[in-house]
Ligand binder design. Structure first.
Ligand SMILES: [Zn+2]
Length: 185
């Protein structure tokens, strides 16, 4: 009787062991997949499909979340979570299909248009001229003109006419250089 119980016990231990091995194996596979997928692939359905917000634009002030940049207008060094673009062509275009989330205007930023592109992406176009071509909650297409760049942003007045462009992913500012081909202009 004792021997029988012992072998039963051993069988149970073996089964638990086998289940544990399978669990560890599955976990290892899951972790390998999770860490081997490049971050960009999560947005591959949108990435590479954004168009530039201006034609023939030059980046006059880049995005940087790890260093302060000079703001001659405000005479101070500050974090610039945006890209400032200048071009002879002041027209500003939506980088992707979307819905206009908000339009606001104030002395510091000028006219600001915010577009929701889905997939967690929102683009923000500020320092626009007061007259814009879009309406709140209206649909916009990729490449559609939304307004014109200007020097309306009081906090970057000395930059002259420009677009202060921001890109957000899941509510957090991200570097537009990662998603838009901005530097080869
Ligand atoms: Zn700026």
């Amino acid at each position: 009787m004792e021997i029988k119980q012992d072998s039963k016990f051993k069988g149970l231990i073996k089964r638990i062991g086998a289940v544990a091995v399978v669990c560890v194996f599955c976990l290892a596979i899951a972790l390998t997949i999770a860490f081997s997928v490049p971050k960009g692939q999560q947005v591959s359905n949108v990435m590479g499909q954004f168009v530039l917000p201006m034609n023939n634009a030059t980046v006059v002030k880049d995005y940087a979340d790890d260093r302060l940049q000079d703001n001659p207008t405000l005479k101070r060094w500050e974090i610039h979570l945006a890209i400032d673009l200048q071009s002879n062509d002041m027209n500003v275009f939506s980088i992707y299909d979307g819905v206009v989330k908000s339009i606001r205007s104030n002395g510091l930023e000028g006219k600001v248009v915010e577009i929701d592109h889905g997939n967690g992406f929102t683009s923000v176009y500020s320092s626009l001229e007061n007259d814009v071509n879009v309406q709140e909650n209206g649909k916009v297409n990729k490449g559609q003109q939304i307004g014109k760049a200007s020097n309306a942003a009081g906090n970057e007045k000395l930059t002259g006419g420009h677009l202060h462009f921001m890109l957000y992913k899941d509510g957090k500012a991200v570097d537009p250089n990662i998603y838009l081909d901005l530097q080869n202009k």
